[in-house]
Design a protein around this ligand. Structure first.
Ligand code: EPU
Length: 302
């Protein structure tokens, strides 16, 4: 989808939008898969209601991108523009045990920045790629912790109300890889309330989690993390592994040899390849175990 009318481009510029025409989503996603469209980078939160009004008035479909680390985007020319927050400076402000973090901030950087200020709790999230906004939206978690536990307040654009609102943590429900945010809500900023811990102790926890992750996940390869959610009481990775599916591939889309719930782009995989691999594995698991695995990865397919 292209915004190529000069008047529209000027209107976008007046809203503080940095328009990057013909951007490849393969370059903005950790899977390295995805077609091309216009990217609208938002430099001012307060321009979002006017931006959405503009897009709707001109019937320009849009999607909101975080860090692109849990996302599988379709191939070819995409039928929507992409909105993404530009990173402000500073991204994180510490106030006692509170961390005020912009949604565009990198999650790993946030964990280490807070650690340096003797604020812990998020050690398990080290090594989870993506932005704080993305982590919040899906309640990212690992090694027994989840980000939702530390949320004091969230600033978001609520598409249904067409305005920016602030929600208290207690008004949001955070479940396993699921939250009560509406699909079209946009995370803008979050205040986390974190336990005080000496930096050295947090660092030790970070090292342990890093080591566990390095030994069990294909970190150097292009992936979207786990493809499927774990069904209650079971591990999707273990089930796929038990069926001997590590290494199974469609084109360059491949079930990781290291962790069977990670599907990697081993070269030039297309969305079509990856979707076909996902469907194949889901079908085999259902046949063998009677369990229909649900996607954890978010799919934007035209
Ligand atoms: N296992 C296998 N073979 C495999 C993979 C795993 O036998 O190929 C076994 C492991 O040996 C272990 C069990 O399955 O006994 C569970 O594996 P693991 O500890 O790797 O955890 P997981 O359930 O596969 C979850 C999250 C990960 C998170 C880890 C660590 C989901 C879908 N996955 O994986 O999150 O990093 O725990 O806490 O909840 C993600 O969300 O994208 C993600 C990678």
């Amino acid at each position: 989808m292209r915004v190529d009318d000069r008047k529209l481009i000027a209107e976008l510029a007046s809203l503080g939008i940095d328009l990057r025409s013909g951007t490849s989503l393969a370059e903005l996603t950790s899977l390295g898969i995805g077609g091309t469209t216009d990217l609208l980078r938002i430099t001012r939160h307060d321009s979002i209601p006017a931006l959405i009004e503009f897009l709707e008035r001109h019937r320009i479909p849009y999607k909101f991108l975080g860090g692109g680390s849990n996302l599988l985007v379709g191939d070819g020319e995409l039928p929507w523009v992409i909105l993404q927050l530009a990173k402000p400076d500073p991204e994180i402000v510490i106030e006692g045990t509170l961390a005020h973090v912009d949604a565009a901030a990198d999650l790993g950087r946030t964990v280490t920045y807070c650690a340096k200020h003797d604020l812990g709790g998020m050690e398990g999230l080290i090594g989870v790629p993506g932005t704080v906004g993305g982590a919040l939206r899906m309640n990212a978690g690992a090694y027994g912790m989840q980000i939702g536990s530390y949320v004091r307040e969230v600033k978001l654009y609520r598409a249904a109300q067409r305005r920016i609102e602030i929600l208290r943590g207690t008004q949001i429900s955070f479940e396993y890889r699921h939250t009560s945010f509406a699909p079209d809500d946009m995370m803008l900023a979050v205040t986390l309330e974190l336990p005080s811990k000496p930096y050295k102790e947090i660092l030790q926890g970070i090292r342990i989690c890093n080591e566990k992750r390095r030994s069990s996940q294909p970190l150097g390869q292009k992936s979207a993390g786990c493809i499927f959610k774990n069904p209650p009481g079971a591990s999707a990775g273990r089930m796929i592994d038990e069926l001997g599916l590590k290494g199974l591939s469609v084109g360059d889309a491949k079930v990781s040899d290291r962790h069977a719930n990670f599907f990697v782009n081993a070269g030039q995989a297309s969305a079509r390849d990856m979707l076909s691999l996902i469907a194949d594995v889901r079908g085999r698991v259902e046949k063998a175990f009677g369990v229909k695995l649900e996607n954890e990865v978010v799919v934007w397919n035209a």
